[in-house]
Design a protein around this ligand. Sequence first.
Ligand code: SDX
Length: 433
Amino acid sequence: MSRETVTITDNRTGKSMECPIIKGTHGPPVINCQSLYKEMGMFTFDPAYVTTASCESRITFIDGEKGILLYRGYPIEQLAENSSYLEVCYLLLNGELPTEEQMKSFQASICQHTMLHEGLLSFYKGFRHDAHPMAMLVGVVGALSGYYSDLKTDIKSHEYRMGSAIRLIAKMPTIAANSYKYLIGQPYVYPQTNLSYVANFMNMMFSVPREPYKFNETAIKALEIMLILHADHEQNASTSTVRLAGSSQAHPYSCIAGGIATLWGPAHGGANEAVIRMLQEIGNVKNIPKYLKKFKDKSDPTRLMGFGHRVYKNYDPRAKIIRKSCHNLLHELDATKEPLFEIALELERIALSDDYFIKRKLYPNVDFYSGMILSALGIPLNMFTVMFAVARSVGWISQWMEMMEEEDLRIGRPRQLYLGAAQRDYVPMDQRT
Ligand code: SDX
């Protein structure tokens, strides 16, 4: 079959080369320009990787124009409707939905690893009581790498990699809940093996000695959906950090700690917390026009948090699901008059009819409503991005595993366009003017 190619010609010299076009299952084809520098003596230039495919992957597919999100080929709407977070973890890690048998054994493995080594608990004590819990997550997950076997021998084994993935998925809720308990000065609640993944998390977060936690099934379902929607998202900033760190064959948990650090930024996973702070600052629907003016003012760096997305130039499919789940939860909790929710609905309505946002295809993303659900669940604001990190851990470690299984794994090492000083000689201090 004739290879489909793109011709790149340097019009200064007439020199040209053929770059193969590679087509995927879905999505735009790619131009394989790996030999560009060797053939043409030039680099491609794509700051922020707006138009760069950094790897091959079989895990998640996003169509930004059509608002499609697939995990291993399954539409996110169907998984949010029918699946559990742990079943989605199995799917992302293994590529197929589990049989009943496989699910039981996976669930048992997760249950077995929810506890932390007691030595890890002392890491929390090193943080001030007003530290952001994301700082603790970066620290404690990074410290996990000191508790597991040396990677030099194990990283090549699928069994070791899968074991690292199961331990991470199992321990993240415990690490997250402990950071919350440390901040409020309450005793840690140990994981229970007789509770579901989400119920166990809620119990570790909210139960206190002598007062058993009262479970609310609607709240648990809403959190389950939240975790499913945030589980993976192709090559976003934090996943790309995990992949780049992993390409040096670093310990998986130190790579995940890098992913957590990246997710913390308000332009990325920190947006769910920033959305609520923005709604609190707006304070009243009457103030919305004034704030929208501010968000559109180029001289003002503040943006409408929870709006816009590098890939979705249409509605983020997760935002649609989460908006509905948010409505249901607030109805169930009789909190539809929740002022922040009213402001959010009105802000969305106005923004979606505003030329500035329409022209730039800026729609609500997953973070616009997720904060509402988390606050309705009683999860404190500074724990919102922690929840995102708990959910995304399976995405990060699945992408890390996929990369580690590549035949010719090479360290990621981008180049640059150098605009600094031209080469020059050293001038002794006493001759400088
Ligand atoms: C997540 O990548 C992922 O998949 C991430 C994520 C995941 O699951 O991993 O989906 C999770 O991070 C969701 C995004 C959460 N972040 C926010 O909600 C923060 C607010 N959004 C913006 O910061 C922004 O939209 C980004 C960061 C999300 C996307 O930035 P881009 O693609 O670099 O967009 P851009 O800066 O090129 O914007 C294009 C134009 C610019 O105006 P012009 O220069 O063309 O005049 O749109 C404007 C921007 O100023 N713009 C906004 C805006 N987002 C973009 N203007 C006001 N408010 C906004 N939110």
